[in-house]
Design a protein around this ligand. Structure first.
Ligand code: PGA
Length: 244
């Protein structure tokens, strides 16, 4: 049985450590390791304490630098020591607000893998368009990112169309599946391995069923805004577990 990946990206939520603990505790009650890998990505400040409640943690970002004078940044080594075993790299919101580039993401992949952190590498087009236009832009991103992945290592790609993040526009599940399929084909041709590719962008209780229709192609989901709404996320997790 294929096991789906579910990444709960809490973004800049909740506001206190106590709330983070409570949220993690609620989620743990839903986790079934046999049915899938659930990764909680809390704000960096809360990683250590959430790690005491739940063991599979992802960081929302890491520095592209190993060490040095980079005020405000957190290294892969720090994240690892705090308890992260996964790291989201090149998230759409970092590309939009911090103007992060694929070249930076490529460096971050290397930093993560040096610390044996599994990179969750985000790719996606900026504007809503056709599958072939989207693919044109994603292929360019993959060409920058793929060479930095260590041979034989485990990594996850996350297809995250920038326009679909945060619930701005509706997502067509067929479109998602077509793009994910192309990503897999391309990586298979380049690296002779079939990658794990998940989807992120406004996943919610309304669209999860239609996205799950393509579960043979899509290997899991990043849930953002809805992942801190306990009733909804529990419902989504239940549906994902029940489908794969
Ligand atoms: P969203 O975020 O679910 O709010 O669109 C997705 C993500 O953070 O990857």
């Amino acid at each position: 049985m294929k096991k789906p990946y579910i990444v709960c990206n809490w973004k800049m939520n909740p506001s206190t450590g106590k709330e983070a603990d409570a949220l993690a505790r609620e989620m743990v009650s839903r986790v079934d390791k046999k049915r899938g890998e659930l990764i909680i990505a809390p704000p960096a400040l809360f990683i250590e304490r959430v790690r005491n409640v739940y063991s599979v943690i992802g960081s929302q970002d890491i520095s592209e630098f190993k060490q040095g004078s980079y005020t405000g940044q957190l290294s892969a080594q720090m994240m690892k020591k705090a308890g992260a075993s996964y790291a989201i790299i090149g998230h759409a919101e970092r590309k939009i607000y911090q103007k992060e580039t694929d070249v930076q993401s490529a460096e971050k992949i290397k930093r993560a893998q040096e610390e044996h952190i599994v990179p969750i590498i985000c790719v996606g087009e900026i504007k809503k368009t056709t599958v072939s236009h989207a693919w044109h832009s994603i292929k360019k991103q993959l060409d920058v990112l793929l060479p930095s992945i260590k041979k034989g290592s485990f990594y996850i790609y996350a297809y995250e169309p920038l326009w679909a993040i945060g619930g701005a526009q509706t997502v067509d599940p067929q479109y998602v599946a077509d793009v994910v399929y192309r990503i897999k084909l391309y990586i298979r041709a380049q690296k002779q391995e079939i990658p794990t590719v998940i989807y992120g962008g406004s996943v919610n209780c309304e669209n999860i069923d239609s996205l799950l229709y393509y579960k043979d192609t899509i290997d899991g989901f990043i849930v953002g805004s809805v992942s801190v709404k306990i009733k909804e996320i529990k419902n989504i997790i239940k549906k994902i577990y029940g489908s794969y």
